[in-house]
Design a protein around this ligand. Structure first.
Ligand code: GDP
Length: 306
C-alpha cells in the first residue's frame, strides 16, 4: 500500500499518476480538509473535490479547477440577486456540495459520503478525508486573522501570512482507515507536491499522525512543489518568503524536517544542504505522461529507501 498525502491541484496530478501505475487496492489518497468551509449553508471541500474530479477524469482543464462541462447559471442568477459571488460554484459542482451537505446534516460522516461519491464516479483507489472532524485553516495576516477561503480565493492569497492556525486540529482524530493503513506496513508514505503550509500542514497537525507515520516504518518521500525557486501555481513560494525562508527544494526539505527520508526534486534544485536522500527528476507535470513518469520515479525512490 502506498499512502499519498495531498492537497488540491498539485497533489491530484501526482495522485493521478500513482493511480495509473498501482492496483486500486494498493493506493490510499488522503485529502486535506483544512480548506473546507461553509458557504451559503453548504459544506465545500475543495481538496477532496479536486481529487475526486481529477481521479474521475472530470476535472476542468481549461479553468485548472472545478468540474468539466460546467455551466454558470447559478452564479449568474446569484449575482443578479445581489448574492456574494467571490467564490465561484458551477452548476454541476453545486450538485456535489448540495448532496454532501444534505447527507452531513443527516448524520453521515464525511468519509462515508466521499467514499460513496468515489464509487459512483468509478474511482479505484481509496480517497480519505484526513479526518471526519472539522479542521479549519485560519491565517494571521498583515490585515488580521482571516478564514482560509476569504484569504485564498477572496483575496487571492495577497495578504502576507504571519501565523497559521488549524482550528479544531487538536481535537480532531486522524481518519481511522488512515491509521489502519499506516499500521498495516505500507510500502511508502508519499507527500505530494502540494503546499507544505496549507495543504500538507493541516494533515500533519492531526494529533498522533506524525508519530503514526514514523511508527509505520515506511519511508516518507516528498515531491517538491517548488521548482527553480517558484511555485507552479499558488502562494507556496510567497509563503516560504513570508516565513523568512528562500523558496527552494532545500526549504521544502527543511520544512518537513526529520519526517522525510527522501525528496524528489528538479535536478537543478539539488543543493548539498538537503538532508534527506535526493532523487532528481523532471517534476513539472503538464501531460498525463508527465504524471505517470513522475509517479514511477516516486515509486522507485520508495523502493530504494526501503
Ligand atoms: P491547491 O490546494 O489546489 O492549492 O493545491 P496543492 O496544494 O495540491 O497544490 C499547490 C502546489 O502544487 C503549489 O505549490 C505548486 O507549486 C504545486 N504544483 C502544481 N503543479 C505542479 C507540478 O506539476 N509539479 C510540481 N512539482 N509541483 C506542482
Amino acid at each position: 500500500m502506498i499512502i499519498a498525502l495531498s492537497g488540491g491541484v498539485g497533489g491530484a496530478k501526482l495522485a493521478l499518476g500513482l493511480a495509473q501505475l498501482l492496483p486500486a487496492e494498493e493506493l490510499c489518497i488522503v485529502a486535506n480538509t483544512g480548506d473546507d468551509f461553509e458557504h451559503f449553508g453548504l459544506t465545500v471541500c475543495p481538496d477532496i473535490d479536486t481529487l475526486t474530479y481529477t481521479l474521475a477524469g472530470l476535472d476542468n482543464r481549461q479553468l485548472g479547477w472545478g468540474r468539466q462541462d460546467e455551466s454558470w447559471a447559478f452564479m449568474e442568477t446569484l449575482g443578479t440577486l445581489g448574492g456574494e459571488d467571490w467564490f465561484r460554484l458551477g452548476d454541476r459542482d453545486l450538485a456535489l456540495h448540495v448532496l454532501r451537505s444534505h447527507r452531513l446534516r443527516a448524520g453521515e460522516s464525511l468519509s462515508a459520503i466521499t467514499d460513496d461519491i468515489r464509487t459512483r464516479l468509478q474511482i479505484g483507489p481509496r480517497l480519505l478525508p484526513m479526518s471526519d472532524d472539522p479542521v479549519r485553516t485560519r491565517l494571521l495576516t498583515d490585515e488580521g486573522w482571516m478564514d482560509f477561503q476569504p484569504w485564498f480565493v477572496g483575496r487571492r492569497a495577497a495578504p502576507a501570512v504571519r501565523r497559521i492556525d488549524f482550528t479544531g486540529a487538536a481535537a480532531a482524530r486522524p481518519q481511522g482507515a488512515l491509521l489502519a493503513a499506516l499500521a498495516a506496513r505500507p510500502r511508502a508514505v508519499v507527500i505530494c507536491p502540494s503546499n507544505p503550509f496549507i495543504s500538507i500542514g493541516p494533515i500533519l497537525a492531526l494529533p498522533g499522525l506524525r508519530d503514526a507515520i514514523r511508527a509505520s516504518g515506511a519511508p516518507v518521500i516528498a515531491v517538491s512543489p517548488i521548482i527553480a525557486g517558484q511555485a507552479v501555481k499558488g502562494p507556496t513560494a510567497k509563503m516560504f518568503a513570508d516565513a523568512g525562508a528562500a523558496p527552494s527544494a532545500a526549504s521544502v526539505a527543511a520544512h518537513y524536517g526529520d519526517l522525510l527520508d527522501g525528496l524528489v526534486l528538479e535536478a537543478g534544485d539539488l543543493t548539498p544542504d538537503i538532508a534527506p536522500r535526493c532523487f532528481p527528476a523532471r517534476t513539472l507535470m503538464t501531460t498525463q505522461e508527465d504524471k505517470i513518469a513522475l509517479a514511477r520515479i516516486v515509486l522507485a525512490a520508495a523502493e530504494a529507501l526501503r
